[in-house]
Design a protein around this ligand. Structure first.
Ligand code: PMV
Length: 335
C-alpha cells in the first residue's frame, strides 16, 4: 500500500499574520456580502501582535473544527470561519473539511481586534495546505471576504487597501516596507470589556449617518496626504490627518442609527493628553481609535518610552502594549 493514500488524506500547513492599525479607516461597505468597502484605507502591520494558524484539510472529518488558543470556538465564530472555509474550498477545488487551530500571541479580551490577523492567517494556511498557489493580490482579496481589514494584513509594512469595484479589484498592497519608518503603536487599553457592537454589524449602520457621504468623499485626499507624509517621514502632517480621520469615523459612528458610542471617559482623557504632549512638549505622538475605547498612540520609536510612561502615569485604569511595524502574512515551518 505505501504511504501515498495517507499523505493525501490529510494536507496541513501553518501560517502567521500580524494585526494592523488603520491610519485612514475603513467604515461601511458598498457591498456587504463581498465586503467591498465604501472607501480605500491605509494601515501599518503590528509586529508584536500576531495570529498563528494551523489548517489541516482532513478527509476523515465530517465537519469543520476550530479551536482558538486551545479552546473550542463559540458558535458565532465557528459559523463565520465555516463560511470562509466554504469560500476557500470553492476556490481551491477542495472537498475535505478542515480542522483549524488558531493562536493569538496577544491576550484575548483586551479589546484588541484579532479578526484581521485571524482571517489573513487562516487564508494563507488554508491555501498552503491545499498546495494552491495564489498571488499576494488574490490572497489579500480572499482574506477580505473573511474580514475587511484582513486584506491589509497580507502584504508587509505600510499598506493601502484599494476599495475597488469587484472582488478581484478590492485588495491591499504595500507602499513602503516595515523598515521605511520606525513608527510604534503604544496601545492604551482602557477597557477589557468585549465590544457590544462589533465592526461587522457596525459597517451595516454606517450608511445611516448623514456624515458618512462626506467622510467617504474626502477619504482619497486623506489617503494621499497620509501616504505622502509617510514617504517623507513628516510626523506633524501625518499626526494631524490620522487624528482627523479617526475623529471623522467616530463622528459617523456617533451619528448612525442606532448611535455607536465607543469612547469611554478615559479614551477622551488620553486623546486630549496626546495632543498636549505633541503640541506643548514636542513629543511625536498622535492617536487613533478603532471600533472600541482603546487608544492607539502612534509615535516615533524614539518617543515610545516617553509615551508609555506618560500613559501609565495618567490613570491606574490604563494598561499599555507596544508594537513596531510588522511583516506580511506567511507560511511557517511545521512545528
Ligand atoms: O475588518 P473589520 O470588519 O473588523 O473592520 C475594521 C474597522 C476598523 O477597525 C474600525 C477600521 C479599520 O480600517 O481597521
Amino acid at each position: 500500500m505505501g504511504s501515498g493514500p495517507l499523505v493525501e488524506a490529510r494536507k496541513t500547513a501553518t501560517a502567521r499574520a500580524h494585526s494592523n492599525i488603520a491610519f485612514v479607516k475603513y467604515w461601511g461597505n458598498r457591498d456587504h456580502s463581498l465586503r467591498l468597502p465604501a472607501n480605500s484605507s491605509i494601515s501599518m502591520n503590528l509586529s508584536a501582535l500576531h495570529t498563528t494558524t494551523i489548517v489541516d484539510w482532513n478527509r476523515r472529518l465530517g465537519e469543520d473544527l476550530l479551536t482558538i488558543n486551545g479552546k473550542a470556538a463559540g458558535e458565532g465564530t465557528l459559523r463565520r470561519v465555516r463560511e470562509h472555509l466554504d469560500v476557500l474550498r470553492r476556490r481551491f477545488g477542495m472537498d475535505a473539511f478542515a480542522s483549524v487551530a488558531s493562536r493569538n500571541n496577544f491576550p484575548m479580551g483586551t479589546g484588541i481586534a484579532s479578526s484581521a490577523s485571524a482571517f489573513a492567517a487562516l487564508t494563507v494556511a488554508a491555501a498552503a495546505a491545499a498546495r494552491f498557489e495564489l498571488t499576494e493580490r488574490e490572497m489579500s482579496a480572499l482574506a477580505r471576504l473573511g474580514s475587511g481589514s484582513a486584506a491589509r494584513s497580507v502584504p508587509a509594512g505600510y499598506v493601502e487597501w484599494l476599495a475597488g469595484s469587484s472582488h478581484e479589484t478590492s485588495f491591499a498592497e504595500a507602499f513602503a516596507p516595515p523598515q521605511h519608518w520606525d513608527l510604534v503603536d503604544v496601545i492604551a487599553i482602557v477597557s477589557r470589556e468585549h465590544k457590544h457592537v462589533g465592526s461587522s454589524a457596525g459597517h451595516m449602520t454606517a450608511a445611516s449617518s448623514a456624515l458618512q457621504p462626506a467622510r467617504v468623499a474626502s477619504a482619497r485626499a486623506r489617503i494621499d496626504a497620509v501616504k505622502q507624509s509617510i514617504m517623507r517621514r513628516d510626523f506633524d502632517r501625518f499626526a494631524s490627518i490620522v487624528e482627523e480621520d479617526s475623529n471623522l469615523m467616530h463622528a459617523v459612528m456617533m451619528t448612525s442609527r442606532p448611535p455607536l458610542l465607543y469612547w469611554e471617559p478615559l479614551s477622551l482623557m488620553i486623546m486630549k493628553a496626546v495632543r498636549r504632549w505633541r503640541q506643548q512638549e514636542g513629543i511625536a505622538v498622535c492617536y487613533t481609535l478603532d471600533a472600541g475605547p482603546n487608544v492607539h498612540c502612534i509615535c516615533l520609536a524614539s518617543d515610545a518610552g516617553a509615551v508609555s510612561g506618560r500613559l501609565l502615569a495618567l490613570s491606574e485604569g490604563i494598561e499599555v502594549m507596544q508594537s513596531g511595524v510588522g511583516a506580511g502574512a506567511g507560511v511557517m515551518p511545521p512545528a
